[in-house]
Design a protein around this ligand. Structure first.
Ligand code: A5P
Length: 232
């Protein structure tokens, strides 16, 4: 039996907090990654007790988990607005800017977050940073011209690496694209400027910088409590 870590308990607590905010009739956006998975599990338990909601998924992995937990799903094509999107994050700074995409689902996650009335981000304390950038910033790129895109990022000093799977094959996103991770070697002073600079490179389809998305950040701790993070 795998050991339950303090981080697991913190993620669990954040997921529990989030599930209390789900109301009948809502259209939910289900994020990706291990924290989102805990939310999916708890949401599934509520659905089995009769909670009626519909959900869209941000990745095939989440879709699989949601189906296993019998959560009613609808295709994104049928959704114009999402009531509540719930997702994790890799880093959160004091302005509530985020780095996301460690799991390779950033494009769908960003689309879902953008169209959500409320965007709940569930983290444990280890994700809180004074400045973004220790975690490599992922970008989703078109396979066409990806070598040139890598070269352009390299010449800007962004220390890019093409994401690979453990078996060495190129990691392909659910959208059929590549992911490039930027090992910036320094904390990001101007994330908005960086995001703009990245999006100016053709072939970069989206970045893992979620800036000004007005997320409601829920921080769980290892004692099993969770609270909303106020903006300083
Ligand atoms: C998936 O692409 C990511 O954006 C995740 O939300 C992020 O990496 C956080 O993942 P964990 O909840 O597994 O830490």
């Amino acid at each position: 039996m795998p050991q339950v870590t303090n981080q697991d308990k913190a993620k669990e607590a954040a997921a529990r907090y989030a599930v209390e905010h789900v109301k009948p009739g809502m259209v939910l956006g289900l994020g990706s990654g291990s924290t989102s998975k805990k939310f999916v599990e708890q949401l599934g338990a509520k659905c089995r007790l009769g909670l009626e909601i519909k959900a869209v998924c941000t990745s095939s992995a989440t879709e699989l988990a949601a189906k296993q937990h019998k959560i009613p799903l609808i295709p994104i094509e049928q959704v114009l607005q999402i009531d509540l999107a719930v997702d994790g994050a890799d880093e959160v700074d004091k302005n509530h800017h985020l780095v996301k995409g460690g799991g390779g689902a950033l494009l769908r996650e960003k689309i879902v977050a953008f169209h959500a009335k409320t965007f709940l981000v569930l983290i444990d304390e280890s994700k809180l940073v004074t400045r973004l950038g220790k975690f490599p910033v992922p970008v989703e790129v078109a396979p066409f011209g990806a070598s040139a895109t890598l070269e352009a990022l390299s010449s800007l000093g962004m220390n890019p690496s093409l994401r690979k799977k453990p078996d060495g094959a190129v990691f392909i996103t659910d959208n059929g694209n590549y992911t490039i991770d930027l090992h910036l070697n320094a904390l990001i002073e101007h994330p908005i400027e960086l995001d703009r600079q990245l999006k100016n490179i053709p072939g970069i389809l989206e970045t893992g910088l979620f800036l000004n998305y007005q997320p409601v950040i829920i921080v769980g701790n290892s004692v099993g409590n969770a609270k909303q993070l106020e903006k300083k």
